[in-house]
Design a protein around this ligand. Structure first.
Ligand SMILES: Cc1ncc(COP(=O)(O)O)c(C=O)c1O
Ligand SMILES: Nc1c(O)cccc1C(=O)C[C@H](N)C(=O)O
Length: 423
């Protein structure tokens, strides 16, 4: 059966969706079709009350006592990072005991890359993919500089070709932030292991939207942000996963007191906490972690398989409507997201000579996606599909708006001639 292009058919798909009920777990503003959850997830409804409680009662009334459990069941800030890790673990196919949450993505990448390099002291090369999110390359270059290593760029079409006996670590982003293309995580992990190298995965554009299966793949290290598909809020803390087989030997470089075996012994010398505990550095951000903890409640009762099925159904529909209604009339639209399910994350991107104007004109109509510079023109219009709160009718309506923008040449409005620096 060919897929629907009528709105009523999209409605039917929504009625049958096992995730139809989860949209109510979010505050999506009226009149907005939100296709930017791959940059900043929408606000889960439980977050404002949780933050108010933590600020007013736990911080305001409980004060320092709130680091320990309070009689009313609140507080226990000291265990917050672990509680959040336990919510994230099933979404990335990991054991909660192997996940740390608390630093920014960039800092987490730094810690993981240094630890990986130290695990392979005889190997002097870090391999990074050149189209990865910039911070991944910048941090790897910083580590190479710090440790006197070589940074080697790989071919995105064949990252393993760059991995030889000199390579300590292959650091890849699982789902590409521009195109939405997804690497074969188990296959590449196995290939790198066969060459004696470790692999680190950046899961920023994967966690909460696509199956990751870190333990099953026997990956080495992984880092991901929590403000995209995990909806933790702007700048919410990142997670780090370390394979238990590496934890005893892995040494992360920011040896702060919270990663000490007994922080409150206030000992002079650093003694790493066992297991993933060593990956903590300083005091964790309690307000941000509290928001994230409440946000992750939106995943309760939802399986990774359901998320993936819904995400593919949404991106399939968007691609089909683009093919049916847009590309034949405006052939300058060049879809850059893989059609193959096995190679697609949870976003759809296309190049267009006026991609920036298109995105701005859509935003003016309440359809929020974003623009990404692709290094060379044409730039990329990018649309993320968060399965917990997006419906097929939203996809249908978004394409209606796109057609209207193109027909009315709204994207050529001179107001869009200069770009906003933060997009
Ligand atoms: C793949 C990837 N890595 C890292 C980051 C960001 O790192 P940070 O959270 O430190 O800003 C992003 C997005 O901001 C990203 O898309
Ligand atoms: N982290 C961001 C920020 O502080 C401002 C604006 C955007 C972001 C993003 O997350 C960008 C995002 N990682 C991307 O894929 O482009």
């Amino acid at each position: 059966m060919s897929r629907p292009s009528e709105r009523a058919d999209a409605q039917l798909l929504d009625e049958r969706s096992p995730l139809a009920h989860t949209r109510d777990r979010f505050r999506v503003p009226d009149g907005v079709i939100y296709l930017d959850g791959n940059s900043l997830g929408a606000l889960p409804v439980g977050v404002p009350d949780r933050l108010a409680r933590v600020v007013e009662q736990e911080w305001g009334d409980g004060l320092i006592r709130s680091w320990n459990p309070l009689p009313d069941g609140g507080g226990d800030w000291i265990g917050l990072s672990k509680r959040v890790a336990a919510r994230i673990a099933p979404l990335i196919g990991a054991d909660p005991a192997d996940v740390h949450v608390g630093d920014s993505t960039s800092v987490s990448l730094f810690k993981a890359i240094v630890a990986a390099a130290r695990l392979r002291p005889d190997r002097r090369v870090l391999v990074v993919e050149p189209t990865t999110f910039p911070t991944d390359g910048y941090v790897a270059a910083g580590v190479a500089d710090l440790l006197g290593l070589e940074l080697r760029w790989c071919d995105p079409a064949d990252p393993l070709a760059a991995v030889d006996e000199d390579v300590a670590l292959l650091a890849l982003t699982h789902v590409d932030f521009r195109t939405g293309a997804m690497f074969d995580l188990p296959g590449i992990t196995a290939g790198a292991h066969a060459r004696g190298a470790l692999v680190q995965w950046d899961l920023c554009h994967s966690a909460g939207a696509v199956p990751v299966g870190l333990s099953d793949a026997d990956a080495d290290l992984a880092v991901g942000c929590t403000y995209k598909y995990l909806n933790g809020g702007p700048g919410s803390p990142a997670f780090t996963w370390v394979n238990p087989r590496l934890q005893a030997d892995a040494r992360q470089p920011i040896t702060g007191w919270m990663g000490h075996a007994s922080p409150f012994a206030m000992a002079r010398d650093y003694e790493p906490a066992g297991g993933i505990g060593h990956w903590a550095s300083g005091t964790h951000p309690v307000l941000a972690l509290s928001a994230l903890d409440a946000a992750l409640e939106a995943f309760e009762g939802v399986t990774v398989e359901q998320l993936r099925a819904a995400s593919l159904s949404l991106t399939d529909l968007f691609l089909e409507l683009l093919d049916e209604r847009c590309v034949p009339r405006w052939p300058e639209i060049e879809v850059v997201t893989p059609r193959d399910h096995a190679r697609r994350g949870s976003q759809v991107s296309f190049r267009h000579p006026d991609a920036y104007g298109l995105v701005q004109a859509l935003i003016a109509r309440g359809v929020i996606g974003d623009f990404r510079d692709a290094g060379a023109e044409p730039g990329i219009a990018r649309f993320g599909f968060t399965p917990l709160y997006l419906r097929h009718v939203d996809v249908h309506d978004a394409v209606d708006h796109l057609v209207a923008v193109l027909e009315g040449e709204e994207h050529l409005d001179p107001a869009y001639a200069s770009r906003n620096p933060v997009t």
